[in-house]
Write a new protein. Structure first.
Length: 276
């Protein structure tokens, strides 16, 4: 090979390598939540989102469903809710999305999944209107971000980034102090869809979402789907992860019979805490 060609190819390879090294976050999104996923025998996953939200939230729930449905492995449908918003009791085989004035207890939004092994059997999302009806959070940016992110957790997604202070990644699965950016952190991005494809790449031979949920329901303690809001954070179990000086936390509760409940919490501010 002539020396000039060798030098040109070597330079090109170095430039390409430097370019890849400059953008690791953009090319290496990996934010599966512990490998948890809904059981199904074919794709796309068909999942109902129960509408237990006030009219102020209806358009944001519809938008979140539409944006997540851009995934090739997921198809959600907004359906009538099956619970009272205040209690937000999870129903087997679906996700209940609720809003209510849960009180100035410190938390802005909550996402919960009930799992058996690595299979999600039910989910719930709770949006605290005590804060969202106040000026700080009563804005399209915050409502889109929190709705989209909490619903995204119920599919088995974790966060792409948990630093409130760095530049936005352009996804609702990114913590931020300014959802309006730029770029906007209102909706999923390509890496969220790629991660869903990775999570749901394999099929489950053990049955559908509904069949798996029915088996879990039969084996579960009577109160496994009940989770009263009023008693503070004690009902969420043990704290297993805390980031951003406690502004974002993850709890785990062992329900017995092979089941666990995981709860993601976004606190409205670093000082806000519910009753422990």
């Amino acid at each position: 090979m002539p020396a000039s060609n060798f030098h040109r190819q070597t330079l090109a390879a170095l430039v390409a390598a430097a370019s890849l090294a400059s953008f690791p976050a953009a090319t290496l999104a990996d934010h599966s939540w512990g490998g948890y996923h809904w059981a199904r025998t074919s794709n796309p996953l068909l999942l109902s989102l129960g509408d237990n939200v006030s009219p102020a939230w209806d358009s944001y729930l519809a938008t979140a469903s539409f944006e997540w449905n851009r995934s090739s492995v997921l198809q959600t449908a907004v359906v009538d809710g099956a619970t009272r918003p205040r209690n937000c009791k999870a129903a087997a085989g679906r996700v209940e999305v609720c809003s209510a004035r849960y009180g100035f207890n410190g938390w802005l939004g909550v996402a919960q999944i009930w799992v058996m092994g690595t299979h999600i059997t039910r989910g719930a999302t709770k949006l605290n209107d005590s804060y969202f009806e106040a000026a700080t959070y009563d804005a399209p940016g915050w409502r889109n971000l929190v709705m989209c992110q909490e619903v995204g957790h119920t599919f088995g997604l974790d966060h792409q980034d948990e630093n409130f202070s760095n530049p936005n990644l352009g996804t609702c699965m990114d913590y931020t102090s300014n959802p309006d950016g730029p770029p906007l952190n209102w909706y999923p991005n390509a890496h969220d869809y790629e991660q869903l494809e990775a999570i749901y790449a394999h099929l489950d031979g053990g049955g559908t979402v509904a069949q798996a949920a029915a088996r879990v329901k039969a084996a579960a303690p009577a109160a496994a789907g009940d989770e009263p809001i009023e008693v503070g954070t004690a009902q969420w179990g043990r704290l297993i992860r805390s980031t951003n000086r406690g502004r974002t936390e993850l709890f785990e509760l062992d329900l017995g019979a092979g089941q666990k409940l995981f709860t993601f919490v976004i606190w409205a501010d670093p000082e806000g805490r519910g009753r422990r």
